[in-house]
Design a protein around this ligand. Structure first.
Ligand code: ADP
Ligand code: MG
Length: 239
């Protein structure tokens, strides 16, 4: 397990008798970006729910920094540094943009320094400083996603799990977010990225897992994955 910050072993989950996850093994190396791709309904978000404590697995274990954290609640995991975003953002729409970050004051045991300074720094990082006092409900969809991105960074995560961060975001903003992810990686953050934007996944990730039919069907470097015939067929419509 040398450099693994996160090890997922034998995760199983059924809903109403249908086995959505049939025994998932995955490992995330410290300071790397791992991608997860796969068809809609493959169980990608469910896997995130389980790792981040939002749902219970039927079977299996999740090791974070060598400790089994299965069954721990989301806020406990977040404090320890394992945090995720949601496919549909969960920002506080009736608070201002800045307040959306300040509500997380003192919530991370990894963070040192002044909360307000950190919040301003992060707003700058996601280019939302000019909207600090605007109500979050006035943000565009893309801006909301950037705010949620800044919000999770308030926790000073060690493992960041992003559920389709680029979906519905305009290409210019995607480039910006991708640059943020590269910066965070270079600062030592470990990232898992669920994403349908295959070129972007290939560009950002050190390795990619294909989740399908409840199992990890394929795993490899971006090069191997994008040149796989079944992946090509699924993402490029058979050409
Ligand atoms: N809380 C739930 N209750 C019942 N079924 C669920 C629940 N969450 C997810 N599912 C089902 O599990 C399957 C996988 O969903 P999901 O993890 O959202 O897939 P993905 O993120 O890969 O699109 C889907 O068939 C979905 O309907
Ligand atoms: Mg999903």
């Amino acid at each position: 397990m040398s450099n693994s910050i996160l090890e997922i072993k034998g995760i199983k989950k059924s809903f109403g008798g249908i086995e959505v996850l049939k025994g998932i093994d995955l490992s995330l190396e410290q300071g790397k970006i791992s991608g997860i791709i796969g068809p809609n309904g493959a169980g990608k978000s469910t896997l995130f729910d389980i790792i981040s404590g939002y749902q219970k697995a039927d079977e299996g274990e999740v090791f974070f920094e060598g400790n089994n954290v299965i069954g721990k609640l989301p806020h406990i995991l977040a404090r320890q540094g394992v945090i995720r975003t949601f496919q549909l953002t969960r920002i506080f729409r009736n608070l201002t943009v800045a307040e959306n970050l300040l509500v997380f004051a003192g919530k991370s045991k990894n963070r040192t320094g002044n909360t307000k300074e950190r919040a301003l720094e992060l707003l700058d990082f996601v280019h939302l400083s000019g909207l600090a006092n605007a109500e979050a409900s006035t943000l565009s969809y893309g801006q909301s996603k950037l705010l949620e991105f800044a919000q999770v960074l308030m926790h000073s995560p060690k493992v960041l799990m992003l559920d389709e961060p680029f979906a519905g975001i305009n290409p210019g903003l995607i480039e910006q977010m991708a640059q943020h992810l590269k910066d965070l990686k270079s600062q030592g953050l470990s990232i898992i990225l669920i994403e349908h934007n295959l070129p972007m996944v290939a560009k950002l990730c050190d390795n990619i897992s294909v989740l399908s039919n409840g199992v990890v069907e394929l795993q490899g470097t971006p090069d191997v994955i994008v040149n796989n015939d079944r992946v090509k067929e699924a993402f490029l419509g058979g050409h």
